[in-house]
Write a protein that binds this ligand. Structure first.
Ligand SMILES: [Fe+2]
Ligand SMILES: [Fe+2]
Length: 268
């Protein structure tokens, strides 16, 4: 069994609730997950001070941390040259130079991919090269395989057309081919857990710390503990109540039979 703390859209620069970051870090440590996956939008406007705060946050965890950028982490509009040519260069300098990180745990391998780019207002993009990265990275992986990508890879409730990453369906097909059981994302600031047509579960966390919540999660600060055992994906939602984070919902999603190794589970 593998337990991942799935944190998204912390948005340093739009954090107003007193003590929320400290409470989040304390709760994650109390939960003792095997790793932390941060699915993008670390900053509000990619300013240096926001990135410095984000770097302190990322480095405050004692367990392995995987982090990918979001659209808010690309250079803002008033640096159009950098935004188009080297959109996440500040992320690479301050957070990590690895834009497709792979964390290998004993029972699970977790791969992160960058969907943020500068030739858009807020949309995402994933490429055929990244699908190939998925195929190569998961060769020889144990049964539990997880992707971390900021933007939704397929249409879903609360996602406008522009929220869905261009090329998302191709990446999802590659993920299904490689028996990826869950894709952890964010961007929408509304909690959603749905099964894609291709099979992998799409687990979208809300905003963990910022005041940018939307829809039914407008006032929520929330993150997930995602528990995978090869046959199910359990998502424990943990919300901030003004003092601390605590579990408010536990949802168990069965892994699609086409994503299980032959001989495991039902229907194979
Ligand atoms: Fe965001
Ligand atoms: Fe975003």
């Amino acid at each position: 069994m593998t337990r991942i703390a799935h944190i998204s859209d912390v948005h340093f620069g739009r954090i107003e609730r007193k003590g929320v970051v400290e409470a989040l870090v304390a709760d994650v440590h109390a939960e003792k997950p095997d790793m932390v996956a941060i699915s993008g939008d670390l900053t509000q406007r990619a300013y240096s001070w926001q990135y410095k705060a984000a770097a302190r946050f990322v480095r405050s965890f004692e367990m392995p941390v995987l982090v990918v950028p979001g659209n808010h982490d690309v250079w803002p509009m008033w640096w159009p040259g950098r935004r188009v040519r080297t959109p996440v260069s500040r992320f690479e300098t301050v957070i990590t130079g690895e834009l497709s990180p792979l964390v290998k745990l004993p029972e699970a391998w977790i791969l992160g991919l960058n969907s943020a780019h500068g030739k858009t207002v807020k949309g995402g993009l994933v490429t055929a090269e990244q699908s190939e990265r998925v195929r190569v990275a998961f060769k020889g992986a144990p049964d539990i395989r997880v992707l971390v990508v900021h933007h939704p890879l397929a249409p879903m409730p609360h996602a406008s057309k522009s929220d869905v990453a261009v090329g998302g369906r191709g990446l999802l097909a590659a993920a299904a081919e490689c028996r990826v059981q869950a894709v952890l994302g964010g961007h929408l600031h509304v909690v959603q857990n749905i099964r894609s047509e291709e099979g992998p579960m799409l687990v979208h966390a809300g905003t963990a710390t910022s005041t940018r919540g939307r829809g039914q999660d407008k006032t929520a600060n929330t993150y997930n503990i995602v528990i995978l055992d090869g046959q199910s994906v359990v998502v424990e939602r943990r919300d901030f109540d003004g003092l601390e984070y605590g579990m408010v919902r536990r949802e168990t999603l069965a892994v699609s039979p086409n994503l299980m190794r032959p001989g495991i589970g039902i229907g194979v």
